[in-house]
Design a protein around this ligand. Structure first.
Ligand SMILES: Cc1cc2nc3c(=O)[nH]c(=O)nc-3n(C[C@H](O)[C@H](O)[C@H](O)COP(=O)(O)OP(=O)(O)OC[C@H]3O[C@@H](n4cnc5c(N)ncnc54)[C@H](O)[C@@H]3O)c2cc1C
Length: 436
């Protein structure tokens, strides 16, 4: 049996810590369960919660190689999107985008419900989102985006010049399309809160890497100091630990990096227009940078995507990202040269060939909800909870929306896969070369 390649980020998450929760133990004995959920990110936590809601008598065990605070669910930029980034104008693309919107918006509703019910403080802020372009005079991408938003009857506003400067405090961007529905959060506080408010029949173990799955009448979930014998397993690892998924691969892990600054001083703030918290995404997500200005007056920068098929990022890659982000920050905010980054971290996203999710039964014991394709707060939440609905035969019309997103295509094995990824990254970086 090929053991799972456990992910590792040689860096620490920089989101400000909020409420503290008691840590979960690691598994130290052999146990049994009805369900084992591997991975405590948004997908795993939503699946466990929904399963428990549907049948409170089930014994559900949720294990993570580290903890929810270490997952990409804690390491992301905190945009809880309600609209797809890419829409497309053909009838089929538009129908898919409408299904995708239904799913994302239900994901937001579920997250909102749980945060309110359990008083999870994650700086929930319906701030909207600026989709920004740097290059002057080439409005093709923004025009297309506006056209697609119209086709979906979504409100939007185009903003440029002095008005954009007043909102974002920079003249780096030539134009933006603002859409009002996006929620901004501190994702580390959100996922921690979700994980620590699960119902009692969900038993949680941290620092418990699943090294392999062994099949017989039941499935044995092998961890270093205890085996869990279960009826069924939900693989909520996105594209991580690919060795746990049987058959040919349909998703690949890529790493992306984020940095956060110290909070701005009053003196530094005085050099900017008075701003509320905001978030912006670039027209080219691979080459360009995502920026946020947080409630506590810090900037967050997310930029650079690189292959990480085994989910590993080392200290040198992290340091290179720090240098890149500091340089970028100085370019976007030239009056804030003294503002320093306090932390750079990485995390992984899953990428599929055709953009469709991996949301399926993999064999008679094993299910998965992966293939986030770069966006996972609302998307992986709904993917996890709907998978539970489908397994438990709960009649939810959104299951049809999920199915309509299609199925991820197979990916070729390495080295063809590595060449393919390098080629598409090169292309995207070239196309977006004027966006940084
Ligand atoms: C820097 C960055 C910025 C991003 N920004 C955004 C954003 O603003 N908005 C958005 O929607 N999305 C964003 N994303 C994407 C988002 O974070 C992911 O889509 C989301 O985290 C996927 O959730 P998940 O639950 O499927 O997987 P994950 O969050 O990756 O969780 C998987 C879990 O599985 C565990 N695991 C893996 N292998 C094993 C094993 N063998 N045994 C036990 N446990 C294991 C891992 O430790 C991990 O905790 C960003 C990602 C990054 C990295």
């Amino acid at each position: 049996m090929k053991h799972a390649s456990i992910p590792f980020n040689h860096n620490q998450v920089g989101w400000p810590e909020g409420q503290q929760y008691a840590p979960h133990p690691s598994l130290q004995s052999d146990i049994t369960a009805d369900w084992v959920v591997v991975g405590a990110g948004f997908a795993g936590v939503a699946f466990a919660r929904r399963m428990s809601e549907l049948d409170a008598s089930l014994k559900i065990v949720l294990v993570d190689a580290f903890s929810s605070s270490e997952s990409s669910s804690a390491r992301n930029s905190g945009f809880v999107i309600g609209l797809p980034h890419n829409i497309g104008s053909s009838t089929a693309e538009l129908e898919k985008a409408q299904s995708y919107r239904n799913l994302l918006q239900e994901g937001i509703r579920q997250l909102k419900r749980v945060t309110v019910e359990h008083g999870i403080n994650c700086d929930w802020d319906v701030a909207g989102k600026y989709h920004c372009q740097v290059e002057q005079g080439n409005d093709k991408l923004l025009d297309e985006y506006a056209h697609h938003l119209d086709m979906m009857d979504e409100p939007w506003e185009v903003i440029g010049g002095g008005k954009l400067y007043n909102r974002l405090g920079t003249r780096f961007y030539s134009k933006a399309i603002y859409t009002p529905g996006c929620v901004l959060v501190n994702p580390a506080q959100l996922i921690k809160g979700l994980r620590h408010t699960l119902p009692e029949n969900v038993l949680c173990f941290d620092n418990t890497p699943v090294m392999g799955l062994q099949y017989g009448k039941k499935v044995e979930v092998l961890t270093p100091f205890g085996t869990i014998t279960a009826d069924r397993v939900m693989l909520a690892t996105n594209s991580l630990s690919p060795e746990l998924a049987p058959g040919m691969t349909r998703q690949a892990s890529m790493a992306t990096f984020a940095s956060i600054t110290e909070p701005l001083t009053d003196e530094q703030l005085a050099t900017l227009p008075t701003m509320q918290s905001w978030g912006l995404t670039p027209v080219n997500a691979i080459a360009g940078a995502t920026f946020r200005f947080t409630r506590d007056k810090r900037f967050l920068i997310r930029q650079h995507v690189t292959p990480a098929l085994k989910g590993k990022v080392d200290a040198a890659q992290t340091y290179e990202a720090t240098l890149r982000h500091q340089q970028l920050f100085n370019k976007v905010y030239p009056t804030l040269q003294k503002v320093r980054l306090t932390q750079t971290w990485s995390g992984t996203i899953s990428v599929t060939r055709n953009g469709a999710p991996v949301w399926a039964r993999l064999n008679k014991h094993l299910y998965t909800a992966g293939g986030c394709n770069g966006a996972g707060v609302s998307k992986q939440t709904i993917a996890g909870s709907l998978l539970a609905d489908r397994i438990m035969k709960y009649d939810n019309p959104l299951i049809e929306d999920m199915i309509s997103l299609g199925r991820a295509n197979f990916l070729p094995p390495s080295p063809l896969l590595d060449i393919g990824i390098a080629g598409s990254l090169f292309k995207e970086r070239y196309l977006g070369r004027n966006e940084i």
